[in-house]
Design a protein around this ligand. Sequence first.
Ligand SMILES: [Ca+2]
Ligand SMILES: [Ca+2]
Length: 312
Amino acid sequence: MKQQQGVALITAVLIVALVTAIAVAMASKQQLDIRRSANIFNNDIAYLFALGAEDYARNVLEWDITKDGSKIDHTGENWAQTVSVPVEGAMLTGTLQDLQGLINLNSLLNSNGEPNPIMQARFKRLLKQQDLEEAIADAVLDWIDKDIESTGFGGAEDDSYMLQMPPYRAANSLMVSSSELMLIKGVDAEAYSKLAPFVTALPKSDTAINVNTAPAEVLATLTASLTVADGEALVEARGEEGFDKIESFIDHNLMTNHPIPENERNSLAVESGYFLLDAMAEFDQSIARLHSLLKRNPDGGVHVMMRSRGAY
Ligand SMILES: [Ca+2]
Ligand SMILES: [Ca+2]
């Protein structure tokens, strides 16, 4: 009888222990679920705030045309200033970059799909300036051109990429992101990091370089004789106001020894149509990062061409 009571007691203790363990597990799982749901909500809210920043950026770009009255774009304008503001419990930060200040890799071809010797020469000068093989320019051209015939010495098409591990094929269409460079023959991570600050991939071939927003390294690619130091002097000379027209740049005394041929002038500009927004929204412990490629028409209308969460 006593032995039976002992067994019952042990069983009771075991049941209590089991129920306690289950209760603790349930409670902590519930807490995790609550935290997880809160994270999902907060991430969504942060993303919505980032979209709000995009809307604001679109307005700023539109105002720059409709309210400002001047067509030119330069780094002293409102759109070029980084904005960091608290909004209803969130912290928003947004920066707009003029992508036409960079070399558009897709402009190595013209809109008819033929090689564009002016832009090729500029890209080759950039490669040389960054101590990289000029042959990379051939491979980039092959990557975006429609055919599968290799260009020059450095060209590469499917036959080259199919030998890689894993094998892949050339895009044979315009690049969507300049990070595609990393897939291209001759471009490793180091080469990419050298080029990335100076190149872009716009959804259009024939785009001009804005001399008011181009960094010194890009200005230095405009003629064979310009150096990065010349580019820095030009950046200094344009100041925050920029050049009011392309002739003011071409005829500037710093350009006297670096004449720009007549046929290359319309691939230079003092205004821009493509901008990259880098927006970040922090809400509670969630952070949303948004990159938006914005296209602005001459009438001021702004469209989102591409959006990417996280990296661009
Ligand atoms: Ca402007
Ligand atoms: Ca090709």
